[in-house]
Design a binder for this molecule. Structure first.
Ligand code: TMP
Length: 211
């Protein structure tokens, strides 16, 4: 059995956390040794960086500082968790990865794809996801279906225009890398979305002969 690396992406509130939990169970049932993690975070250092990044008290943080902090947390995660786990033939399931930086910093903050890729090339050391599931739902649709009023973090509390640019960025990412990035219609019910996720996983596992 070969190891592989899957990432899940989407707007805040797209439902990816619920689906990630479902995916872990589904992959484990098939005999895979699954490791889950998240960005920013997933390591001791990364979780500290996460606190700084999401703290609403840090509103107005320089956008290049922000870009580099996400990349710093990523460097730590790639080196200490993702690479070793895939080498040990495990399946790594990561809630967000570099596509988030392209969407949020590249498009949301208008830093551009090139700057994000340059900074992140040091952090990633050639580590790329084998499969990315993009949970497709626009910021407006997320607002409509939001039921609870939770405390928003520093990024969530950005203006709707920012989130619209992020969404546009995600669509660009999906468009330019169709082979890797699979669009999941996240507007449906949890079960319907999971059916789509399972189909995607089954196809990926069969095509890559991972079982
Ligand atoms: P989470 O709420 O999904 O855990 O993600 C934390 C926030 O950080 C979310 O609003 C997206 C944002 N983010 C970026 O802006 N750039 C990145 O590279 C990553 C990984 C997350």
């Amino acid at each position: 059995m070969k190891g592989f690396f899957i990432t899940v992406e989407g707007m805040d509130g797209c439902g990816k956390t619920t689906q990630t939990n479902n995916m872990v169970e589904y992959l484990k049932q098939q005999g895979f040794d699954v490791v889950t993690t998240r960005e920013p975070g997933g390591t001791r250092v990364g979780e500290k960086i996460r606190e700084v990044l999401l703290d609403p008290g840090n509103k107005g943080m320089n956008i290049v500082t922000e870009l580099m902090l996400y990349a710093a947390a990523r460097a730590e995660l790639v080196e200490t968790l993702i690479k070793p786990a895939v080498e040990q033939r495990k399946v790594v399931l990561c809630d967000r990865f570099v596509d988030s930086s392209i969407a949020y910093q590249g498009f949301g903050r208008n830093l551009g794809i090139k700057a994000v890729e340059e900074v992140n090339s040091h952090a990633m050391q050639g580590c790329k996801p084998d499969l990315t599931l993009f949970f497709d739902i626009s910021p407006q649709e997320v607002v409509i279906r939001k039921t609870r009023s939770e405390q928003e973090d520093r990024i969530e509390s950005e203006a709707i225009e920012f989130h619209n640019r992020v969404y546009e960025g995600y669509l660009k990412v999906a468009e330019r890398d169709k082979e890797r990035v699979k669009m999941i219609n996240a507007r449906k019910s949890v079960n319907e979305v999971f059916d789509e996720v399972k189909k995607c996983l089954d196809l990926f596992i069969r095509k890559g002969r991972y079982l």
